[in-house]
Design a protein around this ligand. Structure first.
Ligand code: SER
Length: 585
């Protein structure tokens, strides 16, 4: 069976049972700041699983693209993937255990035509949080699954906790497929690897609260998930997911370019294919490689793939050549090919420069030494963009002791420092005081001034600002669209200042003094009596400042750290308000 056939059958089956199809959401979760990526089909549905009314009703079906980062180190075997697709059906306070199990059974045996002898199931065995799930076990038995093929297992196996820290959760019942030709054993042994899990029905009857307690949920839901890659593999009698048509075009491409065989180089090729595919999807959902959060995961994936390519072949192979089959495997996603190729190419170039410089630094650090200190490894990580595992591997191959604990201490120290510097700044949402956001804060001040200068409008003020680790967003009052030439001039103005390397200083003063001295303030914001003012100035001529603004920071000390400023978009935000999105390259 092909990927597209399984998807079609699944959606059709549940639509016939009164389900409505939900869209396949972005990998960047919209409603959940506690996780970086969409990890399961239920994830975008969380608000509806806890009571909000879904516009499409109470019975939903869909296919969802997912990223699971906790499995990154497992990738390389035959079943783990960073990026995968999940089919699912949901009941939002509508049907519960009995129908959910019936639907699953019917789909497996009637639609996929899996013989009942090849199916086993597991149910929750019960503990202090929730009783043994006798009801599900009985239902499976009624449907014809023999008792010996129904295992009762603990939380570790048969429980779904929220994707984030709190939220809907509960016991689950899982379905397994006997993947080999030899006769199915009478008794189901979940540790036998020939039994492979293909579907999970989560019976959401609890809500996990802030204290970690499971509270009976007001609305009881069903959340099921069927991993597409795995199901396609087993339905086609394959014992390696990467042998299915979902992966083969990529694997074949890698074989062709490297002139090596998959059978001899499985691990490397799997990692390359997995990481590049995941990277393509992440980029297409708007994340760019950088040193924080999502961007860092992406950077790690790309760089790890590049390193595996180097392990695989001494020839110069670009990741851009390898990725192309992905666009054909997933035509319905309309992946942003141009952006993906551009970003992969950029990151590849950055990484090769980084490696060169970083390796030199590394050599210096370990000259006549047998260990790399936490400070040294943190510098490699922070300033040279070395992924942790690369540092680790370098140490290993040179027999140097890598002090992981010390590294983590340095990392935490850095996080704390930048958090104190900006306490109170991000009251809502994720606290993010990374190097990236700090740089973007300073860039926002430059942009604010550049607009006033280039558009020659003294009344132009900031009307809003929002910064993530990936980009800045700046709203200001102006009555028309900017011309391309104006945009270019604004960029040039800013980049010229960055090149000069002006300095940034912070002063505390009364609000009145700050305003009198000409500091810019955001229109409509209430400021306290005493404020901080950040000034960007020329150290050689301190009176010559280019920007002065009320702000809580944090900011860089020297704007030459900003790199290159680039405007991505200029658009209308509301009547008389324009919005700019920009990045630092
Ligand atoms: N949320 C469950 C899972 O991901 C079922 O969809 O396995």
């Amino acid at each position: 069976m092909k990927r597209e056939d399984l998807i079609k059958k699944y959606l059709e089956f549940f639509k016939e049972k009164g389900h409505k199809e939900v869209p396949n959401s972005s990998l960047v979760p919209e409603n959940d700041p506690t996780v970086l990526f969409t990890t399961a089909g239920m994830h975008p549905l969380v608000p509806f699983l806890i009571g909000q009314k879904h516009p499409l009703g109470k019975k939903l079906v869909g296919i969802q693209r997912c990223i699971r980062t906790r499995d990154i180190d497992e990738v390389g075997d035959s079943t783990h993937h960073t990026f995968f697709e999940m089919l699912g059906n949901w009941s939002l306070g509508d049907y519960f255990k009995s129908e959910a199990i019936e639907y699953s059974f019917e789909f497996l045996t009637k639609i996929l035509k899996i013989p009942i002898e090849k199916i086993a199931v597991s149910v929750f065995e019960g503990d202090k949080d929730s009783p043994k799930d006798l009801e599900s076990a009985r239902k499976w038995e009624d449907l014809g699954i023999p008792k010996e093929r129904i295992a009762s297992l603990p939380k570790k196996n048969n429980w779904w906790d929220p994707a984030g820290l709190t939220g809907p959760c509960g016991p689950d019942t899982e379905m397994f497929y006997w993947r080999v030709k030899e006769k199915t054993p009478k008794k189901f042994d979940p540790t036998n690897e020939n039994w492979i899990e293909i579907w999970n029905d989560v019976l959401m009857q609890y809500t996990k609260n802030d204290e970690g307690n499971y509270m009976e949920a007001k609305q009881k839901n069903i959340d099921t998930g069927m991993g597409l890659e795995r199901t396609i593999a087993v339905l086609n009698g394959l014992d390696d997911n990467y042998l299915s048509e979902i992966w083969q075009p990529l694997i074949k491409k890698i074989e062709k370019i490297s002139r090596k065989e998959y059978s001899q180089n499985k691990k490397e090729m799997r990692i390359i294919a997995d990481h590049l595919k995941a990277s393509a999807f992440i980029i297409s959902d708007g994340v760019l490689p950088n040193n924080t959060e999502r961007g860092y995961v992406l950077r790690r994936l790309i760089r790890r793939a590049i390193r595996q390519i180097k392990n695989l072949s001494e020839n110069k192979i670009s990741i851009v050549e390898i990725i192309k089959p992905v666009f054909k495997i997933y035509p319905e996603y309309n992946l942003d090919e141009k952006l993906i190729l551009k970003e992969l190419k950029n990151e590849e170039a950055k990484f090769s420069l980084t490696i060169e410089n970083g390796l030199k630094k590394f050599e210096k650090f370990v000259e006549n030494k047998k260990e790399l200190s936490g400070e040294e490894s943190f510098l490699l990580y922070q300033s040279y963009g070395f992924p942790i595992e690369l540092i680790e591997e370098e140490c290993k191959s040179k027999k140097i002791n890598f002090k992981r604990e010390e590294f983590l201490k340095e990392y935490e120290k850095h996080q704390k420092l930048s958090q104190t510097a900006s306490s109170g700044k991000f009251k809502s949402g994720l606290i993010d005081d990374s190097v990236e956001t700090t740089r973007l804060h300073t860039a926002t001040h430059l942009l604010n001034e550049a607009l006033r200068q280039i558009l020659k409008d003294k009344n132009l003020v900031q009307k809003g600002s929002n910064i993530t680790s990936e980009r800045l967003r700046f709203d200001f009052n102006f009555s028309r669209k900017l011309t391309n030439e104006e945009i270019k001039k604004v960029e040039e103005w800013i980049n010229e200042k960055i090149k000069k390397g002006f300095n940034v200083k912070k002063e505390e003063m009364s609000l009145k003094k700050a305003i009198d001295s000409g500091a810019q303030a955001e229109f409509g914001t209430k400021y306290p009596e005493r404020v901080s003012v950040y000034t960007i100035y020329d150290e050689k001529d301190p009176k010559n400042f280019i920007s002065k603004e009320l702000c809580t920071g944090p900011h860089v000390k020297d704007i030459s750290e900003l790199g290159k400023f680039k405007i991505l978009k200029e658009e209308s935000s509301s009547l008389g308000i324009r919005r700019i999105k920009a990045i630092l390259e």
